[in-house]
Design a binder for this molecule. Structure first.
Ligand code: SF4
Ligand code: SF4
Length: 394
């Protein structure tokens, strides 16, 4: 049976992961991603979106007098993107923006001789150890699932489509998550908070490239990828990293929604993880903090649905989906990315503190509404003044 054939166990796996796939399901095309559309679609592209992107290379000096949007804040945000930017810019001449449009190119090929790392379970344990050694905060492993792969690739540079490039032998997907800085995210909305996003991607690039090169050095194929090949969240859920939240983001047990995801596709034989549930779905049913806080009402406040706001939503999956056009529109007005829905989410906590782990446990019990009330009463999720972040340094 080819890896592209619908296996009899797929329905069971979907049920295990909480996926509700409809009969009219269609794979997503990279061209329809709202960021890709911001280059070719007149409905999205504007002078504001061009300026938004330009500020990531040239820090704005006179944007807003508000704290968090000064030249220093933009300078820090852009510096945090530096490592990711280096890789994104490396192959522009070849019509590739690696990490966002295209998977990364590894410097060295597959070793001639294969090294046996033991059983798939032993190999998986070693790969997780290695990934964490390279800086991954979370690592899970699942099987390749073509449904989540972009049906076609799209270049922001030449504005052309091309076929998906992942080799057919890649049967496993290693999913990594890098946490973003809690205190920076507390300053959202601000350009300063974008430093958490940039640093997340920069660390992501380092992790996926290093793990993929390690696998190739062992004599197996590997492809290192960030946001460039597929929808990451379904793979992350299948790999046991977390659950879907109302804001359309992955909610991990360890960092809530405050993560950036990476993927390594490989033919290295690996044992797979199972999806986890720790009460997010029921908690989100009761909580609407993200949909209430979203400044452009891009997040639904009803139950999961198959509604598509526009072509940037995948067709045929019942879930919480956001209106990417409204969301990206707000980013361009702010001249930086927005993470308000991450900041206010009750799962966005520093879970190294035991009492917050108790709160997380409470959120998964029938006392979830008490936890929700406590969260608001104690002031979690409120914005902190960016000056507090700067003055706390050193
Ligand atoms: S990132 Fe901001 S604009 Fe986008 S959905 Fe979240 S809160 Fe709304
Ligand atoms: S803010 Fe509330 S509703 Fe939104 S994702 Fe977080 S827990 Fe779910």
């Amino acid at each position: 049976m080819s890896r592209h054939t619908r296996s009899p166990s797929r329905n069971a796996k979907d049920a295990e992961a909480g996926f509700e796939i409809q009969s009219d399901f269609q794979r997503f095309s990279q061209r329809d991603d709202v960021f890709r559309r911001s280059w070719w679609d007149a409905r999205i592209r504007s002078a504001k979106s061009d300026l938004f992107y330009a500020t990531y290379r040239e820090p704005l000096s006179n944007w807003r007098s508000t704290d968090g949007f000064t030249q220093k804040d933009y300078a820090l945000r852009n510096a945090a993107w530096q490592v990711s930017d280096l890789f994104t810019d490396l192959k522009l001449d070849a019509d590739r923006r690696e990490g966002f449009n295209d998977e990364f190119t590894l410097t060295r090929g597959v070793a001639d001789e294969r090294i046996d790392l033991g059983t798939p379970a032993e190999t998986a344990a070693e790969i997780k150890r290695v990934a964490k050694g390279f800086g991954a905060d979370l690592v899970g492993i699942t099987d390749y699932d073509e449904r989540w792969m972009y049906v076609n690739k799209f270049s922001d540079l030449s504005l052309t489509e091309r076929p998906q490039e992942i080799p057919a032998e890649m049967t496993n997907v290693i999913v990594t998550a890098q946490s973003m800085d809690y205190d920076l995210i507390r300053t959202v909305p601000s350009a300063l908070s974008g430093a958490a996003t940039g640093a997340g991607y920069s660390r992501d690039a380092m992790v996926v490239l290093s793990v993929a090169q390690y696998i190739q050095n062992l004599g197996y194929q590997a492809v290192a990828s960030m946001n460039d090949t597929s929808l990451a969240i379904p793979f992350a859920i299948r790999a046991g990293l977390g659950e879907y939240g109302r804001h359309g983001l992955l909610i991990t047990k360890e960092f809530g929604p405050r993560v950036r995801l990476g993927k390594i596709y490989t033919d290295l034989p690996l044992a797979h993880d199972k999806p986890i549930q720790f009460g997010v779905k029921k908690f989100c049913d009761a909580c609407q903090k993200c949909s209430t806080a979203c400044p452009v009402q891009a997040i639904p406040n009803g139950p999961p649905s198959t509604e598509r706001y526009n072509q940037s939503n995948i067709k045929g999956v019942r879930k919480w989906s956001i209106d990417g056009e409204k969301c990206f529109g707000y980013w361009t007005v702010q001249n930086t990315d927005c993470s308000i829905c991450i900041r206010v989410c009750p799962y966005n906590k520093d879970f190294s503190k035991w009492w917050l782990r108790v709160g997380r446990w409470l959120a998964g019990t029938p006392l979830r509404r008490l936890m929700l009330w406590l969260d608001g009463w104690l002031g979690y999720g409120e914005r902190i003044d960016p000056r507090r972040w700067w003055s706390a340094q050193g």
